[in-house]
Design a protein around this ligand. Structure first.
Ligand code: AHR
Length: 520
């Protein structure tokens, strides 16, 4: 062979090898290790909590329908909604707000319904609140749902006495002025409500307080919210707005771990800006990328607030309670801007799944969280239209992820491939893994990349397994939604892309999908 021809062939082989390497890169291969030797914290079921405020059509025309509604109901509580939420094992429900909590006076919501005073819901559309859904109705709802109530008391426009008497009304078993009224209103046994929020967003709609001022107020309110026999309270302080680390620092410095079960954190994923949040359904790939980038900020928020808390509370007695989170977009065109009604796309499912993976992986400190909000408001699980209801992609995420409730977190190691948009990149892959009390291992894997699948090879240390089964949630377009006409466009289906090869778990994770694997 002539030397020139040989050089040409070597150069050709070189370029062929180079292009093969880039094909492998395009496939995005990942090696992962699951550490079954060291199961760590128990993932609290309360991470999977929900939030229902007197806002738009969440309570009224959501959970609580009119007497004349044709839906199957108990009193005025919609039972199809109750059944759907029981299916996902809703562990707790936060109520009555949100901003509404700091203008709510609980005594207006007890007694004969027709005689209850009305009020204006100034935060949410200035609509008249008739107080027909009050304390007894909420606790009846929680008992139907078989979940724990989480009540937020009014600090902004209420009094220490008001909160103290609400606790007495709900939790005391003996003879007292409040228990007498409770009995007159038809309830003999106390409910023994455990979770109590002491105000909401006290840095904003809850009173525009400084952290110093709020910390002092918190201690006053918390002191007189009593633990009655058999009803020890988990008191949750109003916490920071997103990255307000000074709020957390001040609270941890001024309030001891004995006085506070948890501190709340609120963080919403807003695709654009607070002035123009962006549409829930009409967005391009660049906006999808930005949304997921903002959603992933939860990782940094949880890490940095936890680091501050660790300094004052190394034993991690105080929980970080993310009691408002989710995607917040513009309202659907033509709907009341004060009602915060938005559709829910596959992008919402990606936000929910990614956030829940973050919470699971930080379950040593994050022990409670509440998605905002359950029905017809913000990132809802359920949308209703008269007697019709549909389950959103976000609902299906909670259905798939419920396997992690009270399971032990298993540490994992991997390097994520990038999801690239222009000059920016974020991790395409997020995962959490747990082992339940029956010994089953569950992995929830999210591939945010809308174009590239991810090929995973996983070694499972100290886990004896023979079989893997899966379910996948995805759709053709990231903007796809479930509608009343097509309510099942996005729902989990069986997944056949996972298998055992030797001792390894091999998974082909489709683009823009989330997968639940059960490993036996
Ligand atoms: O979830 C809607 C509102 O967002 C809540 O009322 C408030 O706490 C937050 O600002």
């Amino acid at each position: 062979m002539q030397p020139f021809k040989l050089i040409k062939q070597i150069v050709l082989i070189f370029f062929l090898m180079l292009s093969l390497t880039s094909i492998v890169t395009a496939q995005k291969s990942v090696s992962m290790v699951v550490d079954g030797f060291h199961p760590s914290t128990v993932i609290s079921k309360h991470i999977y909590g929900h939030f229902s405020e007197h806002l738009g059509r969440c309570i009224y025309d959501g959970f609580w329908v009119s007497d004349t509604s044709t839906v199957v109901k108990k009193d005025r509580i919609r039972l199809d909604i109750v059944a759907a939420l029981k299916k996902i094992q809703i562990p707790n429900l936060r109520w009555p707000g949100g901003c509404f909590a700091d203008e709510y006076h609980w005594r207006d919501g007890i007694g004969v319904r027709t005689q209850r005073p009305k009020m204006i819901n100034t935060n949410w559309g200035n609509v008249t609140e008739d107080n027909s859904f009050g304390t007894h109705e909420f606790l009846e709802l929680c008992s139907l749902l078989n979940c724990e109530p989480y009540i937020t008391a009014n600090v902004g426009s209420g009094t220490v006495e008001e909160m103290s008497k609400w606790v007495e009304y709900l939790n005391f078993d003996g003879l007292s002025p409040m228990t007498n009224i409770r009995k007159q209103n038809g309830r003999v046994e106390p409910w023994k409500v455990k979770f109590w929020g002491v105000g909401n967003e006290s840095w904003g709609c809850g009173g525009n307080m400084t952290p110093d001022y709020y910390a002092d107020q918190y201690k006053r309110y918390a002191t007189f919210a009593k633990n009655y026999p058999g009803a020890r309270l988990n008191k949750i302080a109003a916490g920071p707005n997103g990255s307000d680390y000074n709020w957390t620092e001040t609270m941890m410095k001024k309030v001891s771990a004995n006085q506070m079960w948890g501190i709340a954190l609120h963080h919403y994923t807003v695709p654009r800006t607070w002035q123009d949040k962006g549409s829930a359904t009409a967005f391009d790939e660049a906006e999808y990328f930005t949304t997921m980038q903002k959603c992933l900020e939860m990782e940094e928020l949880v890490t940095r607030h936890s680091t501050i808390m660790d300094r004052y509370d190394p034993a991690k007695r105080v929980a970080l309670v993310v009691d408002e989170w989710g995607i917040w977009t513009n309202v659907e065109p033509g709907t009341n801007p004060g009602f915060l009604y938005q559709q829910n796309s596959l992008r919402d499912a990606m936000v929910a799944a990614t956030t829940l993976n973050i919470f699971n992986n930080h379950s040593d400190r994050v022990r409670m969280a509440n998605l905002a909000q359950t029905i017809n408001v913000l990132q809802a699980l359920i949308l209703t239209e008269g007697a019709k209801m549909l389950l959103t992609p976000t609902y299906h995420v909670f259905d798939l992820f419920k396997v992690h409730q009270e399971a032990k977190l298993l540490p994992i190691q991997f390097t994520s491939p990038d999801f690239v948009s222009g000059k920016q990149k974020i991790p395409a892959l997020n995962v959490s893994t747990s082992k339940d009390s029956n010994g089953l291992v569950h992995m929830t894997l999210v591939n945010l990349d809308p174009s590239n699948k991810i090929s995973l090879r996983t070694t499972l240390h100290s886990i004896n397994w023979t079989k893997v089964e899966g379910q996948v949630l995805s759709s053709a377009k990231i903007t796809d939604v479930n509608t009343f006409e097509k309510p099942n466009l996005i729902k989990p289906v069986a997944f056949s892309g996972a298998k055992k090869e030797g001792t390894e778990l091999v998974v082909d994770l489709p683009a823009q999908s989330l997968v639940l694997l059960t490993i036996y």
